[in-house]
Ligand binder design. Sequence first.
Ligand SMILES: Nc1nc2c(c(=O)[nH]1)N[C@H]1C(S)=C(S)[C@@H](COP(=O)(O)OP(=O)(O)OC[C@H]3O[C@@H](n4cnc5c(=O)[nH]c(N)nc54)[C@H](O)[C@@H]3O)O[C@H]1N2
Ligand SMILES: Nc1nc2c(c(=O)[nH]1)N[C@H]1C(S)=C(S)[C@@H](COP(=O)(O)OP(=O)(O)OC[C@H]3O[C@@H](n4cnc5c(=O)[nH]c(N)nc54)[C@H](O)[C@@H]3O)O[C@H]1N2
Ligand code: SF4
Ligand SMILES: [Mo]
Length: 781
Amino acid sequence: MTTSKDEKSDDVLGLSGTSDALGNGLDEVSPTVFSRRDILRLGAALGLTTLGGGAFWGVLEAMAAKGPATEWFKSVCRYCGTGCGVQLGMSDGEVIEVRGDEDAHNQGKLCIKGSLLTVLNQLPGRLTTPQIRRDGTLRKASWDEAMALVAERFKQAIREAGPSSVAYFGSGQLYIEESYTANKLFKAGLGSNNVDGNPRLCMASAAVGYTKTYGKDEPPGAFEDIDHAEVFFIIGANPAECHQPVFERILSRRRQHPNTVIVCVDPRRTMTAEYADIHISPRPGSDLLLLWSMANVIVHDGFADRDFVSAHVSMQNVDGSAADWGALERFLDGYAPSKVSERLGVPAARIRELAQLFATRPATMSLWTMGLNQRVDGVALNTTMNALHLLTGQIGRPGATPLSLTGQGNACGGVRDTGSLAHLLPHGRLITNPAHRAEMEQHWGVPAGRIAPTPGLDALELFRAMEDGRVRCLLNVCTNPGQSMPNLGRYEEAMKRAFVVVVDAFEDTATSRFADVVLPAAMWIEKEGVYGQTERRYQLLEKLLEAPGEARSDLEILVDFAERMGLADLISARTPAEVWEEYRNLSSHSKYDFSGMTRERLREAHGLQWPCPTEDHPGTARRYIPGDPFVREGRDIDFYGTPDHKARIFLTPYEDRSDPVDADFPLILTTGRIVEQWHTGTMTDRIPEIREATPRGHFELCEGDAVPLGLQDGDRALVTSRYGALEGPVKVSRSPRPGTLFAAFYDAHWLVNKVVTDRCDPTSKQPDYKTTAVHVEKVRT
Ligand SMILES: Nc1nc2c(c(=O)[nH]1)N[C@H]1C(S)=C(S)[C@@H](COP(=O)(O)OP(=O)(O)OC[C@H]3O[C@@H](n4cnc5c(=O)[nH]c(N)nc54)[C@H](O)[C@@H]3O)O[C@H]1N2
Ligand SMILES: Nc1nc2c(c(=O)[nH]1)N[C@H]1C(S)=C(S)[C@@H](COP(=O)(O)OP(=O)(O)OC[C@H]3O[C@@H](n4cnc5c(=O)[nH]c(N)nc54)[C@H](O)[C@@H]3O)O[C@H]1N2
Ligand code: SF4
Ligand SMILES: [Mo]
C-alpha cells in the first residue's frame, strides 16, 4: 500500500519544492515564493489537516476580517450541501469575522468559500432594483411595474395556451420555505407541473437510486459514520475540493485508525486521489462495469452476506420480474474481472482487491457525487452502488453505509423533500399516483383534480419546450442556466423565444442576457429560512443583514406573484415562520416526519436530522435501524420504505450509451469543479482573492495526449464536439488519464457547456456532464 499524503506532512505543505506536490492543479510551489493562488490552494490542503487554525487561518483573517466583532451569531454556510455550521462575528451591521462552528457537525472546519463568507454580502454587482427589457436593453423599473408585467404575461400564456405553457425553474440553493411555496403555487395554484430546477442537473440520479432501492429518498447514513468506517470507497467525487470538511474528517479517521483505507475511483488524479491509499482511474463512463465486477467477485468468492440478503433484500431483473440468487449469479457471469478489465481500463487483480476490501473489512462507507450522478447510466450506478452495500451487509451499522454527497446547500431539504421537481409532490409522493395527488389536494385545500395527473417537464425538456413554444413563460429563480445547462448553444436559442423572468442577487449573469424581466433578490443571511442538507440535517439561518437597495427575499417575490395571479388564499403563509409551520405539520403525514422540529428548536440546535416526529425526539442519525422511530419493535434492520420491508437490488446491465468516442471525436471531455470557485462564479469569481488566484477557463490534459497534438502548456486549442466548439488555453498536467480532458465551468466569459453533451439518464433525466466525445486541435497563432 502506498504511503498516504497526510503522513508526509512536509509534502502536504508543499515545502519540498516539487511541483504538483498537492496533486491536481497546484502551480509550481517554491518554498519562498507563494502566489495568492498558492496560498489559497495551500490553505486548502493545509486545511485537510489543520483547517480552522494555523497559517491558513491567519492568511484569511488578514485578507477578510476588518476588526473585532461585537456580537456573534450562529448560522450556516451559504454554499454547499455539507452544510457547515458557522459563527458570524458582526459589528455595525456587517459580518466581519467568520469561524467554523465547533459545536456543529463540521467541528469548526470550513473550506475556502466558507472562510470568505465575510465578503459575500459586500460584493460588487448586486442587483438593487427590478429591471424590464425595453428596446433590447434592461432598464430600471419599479416593483409594481415589473410584477404587473410578469403577472400579465403569465396570465396571458395560461389563457391562450393552458397552464402547462408556464414554468418555474428553481434551485437547490433556495430556502425550504421558498421552494415549498413555489411548488405549491405552480402545481396546486396555477395547475402547471412544470416545476424543475438545477437539482435535476445535480442529484436526480441519486434521488431515484435511493427511492428505487429503499422506497424512500435520502441517505440511510450520516457524516457521523465517517468516524466508524474502515474503508472509504470514494467514487466519482472529489471531496478534497468539493466537500473539504467531510474529507478532512475522513483523513482524521485515518490518522486515528491506521487500518483505514481510502479508495478513490476517478479518471483524474484529483487532490482526493493524491490523498487516497488506492487510486483507480477507470475510463470515463465505465464505472458500472467496475461495480458489477466487484459484485461478481463478492458473490463468486463467497464474500456476500447471504443471510442478510435473504432476510432483507429482494432482487429484480431488468424486465421487472423477481430474480433469485441463481439469476444473480448468471447475471454476474458477464462481469468477471478478466472480462471487463480492458474496457474499464483497470487490472483484474485490482478489481478483486477492491471487492475483498469492500466486503470483508468491518465497516465500509461509500461516498459519491457527480462522477456517478451526471451520467447516462446515473440511476443504474446509484442502484448498483447501494446493491454492493446490500450484498455485503455493509449497511445499518456504524460506519457501514452508502452516502451520496449532496452538491447544493438545500438540494435535499428544499427540493427533494418538498417534491419541487416535475414528477414529484412533497415527501416522496408522485404526480402519477392518484392517491398521492388526492392527499395533497386535501392538505392544500384545493378542489379534487386540481393537480394535473401528468408529470411536468424535466430541465432539459423544459428548455426544449421553450424552443418549440410549448412553454411561453419561465420564472427562473436562484440559478444560472445560461451558463450551467449542457449543450448551451441550443438552450440559449430556446431562452430567446420565451418570456424569461430572472430572479437573482447579481446583475449581468449569463442568464439575465436572455431575461425580459430581472428581479433583485436578497441572499443568504439577508433573509431567513431552513436548509436541509446531505444527512437529512435541517438547519435554520436567521436574518442578520438588510438586503441592498430594493432587493426582496425570494419568498416575498413568490407571495407577491401569487397575489397578482389571484392565489392569495392558497399562498396564505407569507413569512418564513408561517410557511415552516404549514410544512412541518404536513410532514407528520409521511415517513419524512420532522414535525418535532419547531422553529424554536431549530434556533437553538446545530441542526436536527429527520425523522424527528415529536418535540422531545433527538432526531435520527441512522435510518432503518433501532433509534429510527419507524423501525418496528424487535427488528435489527427494517427497510420500512417498501411494502414488503425489503430493500431492492436491480440487475441492470451495463450498456455503453455515452456520447460515442470515434475517429472524429477521439477524446473524452469531462467537467467539474475546483476548490475556490462556486459553479458559475457569480459569487466567488467576484471575490478578488479568488478571482486573482484562479486561472481563467482552460482545458487540462496529460502530456501523452498533448504531445501528438503538438500542444504545450499555455498553447491554445480548439475543442469541438457534436454540440459546439470552444477555443481556450491548455494546461498540461499529470491529472487527467490518457484520452481525457478536464475543464471547470466557473468562467462566465468561457462557456465550456457549449461543448458539453445533453445526453441524459433515461429515468432520472439528469444530464451527463462527465463524458462528451471531443476533437482537439492546436490553434496556430
Ligand atoms: N469548490 C466547490 N465545491 C462544490 C461546488 C462548487 O461549485 N465548487 N458545488 C457543489 C455541488 S452543487 C456539487 S453537485 C458537488 C460536486 O462535487 P463532485 O462531484 O465531487 O465534483 P465534480 O468536480 O463535479 O466531479 C467529481 C469527479 O468526478 C470525476 N469523474 C468524471 N467522470 C467520471 C467517471 O466516469 N467516473 C468516475 N468515477 N468519476 C468521474 C471527475 O474527474 C471529478 O473529479 O460539489 C459541491 N461543492
Ligand atoms: N459543465 C458542467 N456544468 C454543470 C455541472 C458540471 O459538473 N459540469 N454541474 C451541474 C450542477 S451539479 C449544478 S448544481 C449546476 C449549478 O448551476 P447554477 O445553479 O446555474 O449555478 P450557480 O452559480 O449556483 O447559480 C446560482 C445563481 O443564483 C444567484 N443567487 C445567489 N443567491 C441567491 C438567492 O438567495 N436568491 C436568488 N434568487 N438568487 C441567488 C447567483 O448569483 C447565481 O446566479 O450546474 C450544473 N452544470
Ligand atoms: S464545505 Fe461547503 S458548507 Fe462547508 S464551508 Fe465549504 S462551501 Fe461552505
Ligand atoms: Mo450540483
